[in-house]
Design a protein around this ligand. Structure first.
Ligand code: FES
Length: 134
């Protein structure tokens, strides 16, 4: 019986956390998106470019750990190009570059790429796009 109550509680708290994650924010500064089954979005160990709600991102996955990098340059907001063979994210506007973790490799950018929140719940991927990053 204790196991059933524990499982029920875990299920409820997971559902409540997901409900809060997906709920619209009062200032409309971010929007949550249900991307469906994680395996259908990106394979384990892989990276993939996507556009979520009009925002270009690079998703990197290790198991259920998902990192979502914004692909807008932090210098003057140009769109970035991902070049996986060199492990770099490049900006054609002024020659800036970032590594695949979003750290600055080449100026003029001084700030790393921002990330967006990601959660995996019951095998589905949910991403909250923060508008202040876009
Ligand atoms: S906008 Fe990317 S380097 Fe200037």
């Amino acid at each position: 019986m204790l196991i059933s109550i524990g499982a029920l509680l875990a299920s409820w708290t997971g559902a409540e956390a997901l409900r809060r994650f997906l709920a619209p924010t009062s200032d409309a500064s971010s929007h949550a998106h249900d991307l469906g089954p994680l395996d259908g979005v990106v394979a384990d160990g892989a990276r993939k470019e996507l556009t979520i709600g009009g925002t270009r991102v690079l998703i990197a996955r290790r198991g259920n750990d998902v990192r979502v990098l914004d692909l807008t340059c932090t210098h003057a907001r140009c769109p970035l190009e991902v070049h996986l063979p060199s492990n770099r994210i490049r900006c054609a506007c002024h020659g800036g570059a970032f590594d695949l973790e979003g750290n600055v490799l080449n100026a003029p950018p001084t700030r790393p790429l921002p990330t967006h929140e990601a959660r995996v719940v019951n095998g589905n991927l949910y991403v909250r796009i923060h508008q202040e990053h876009t």
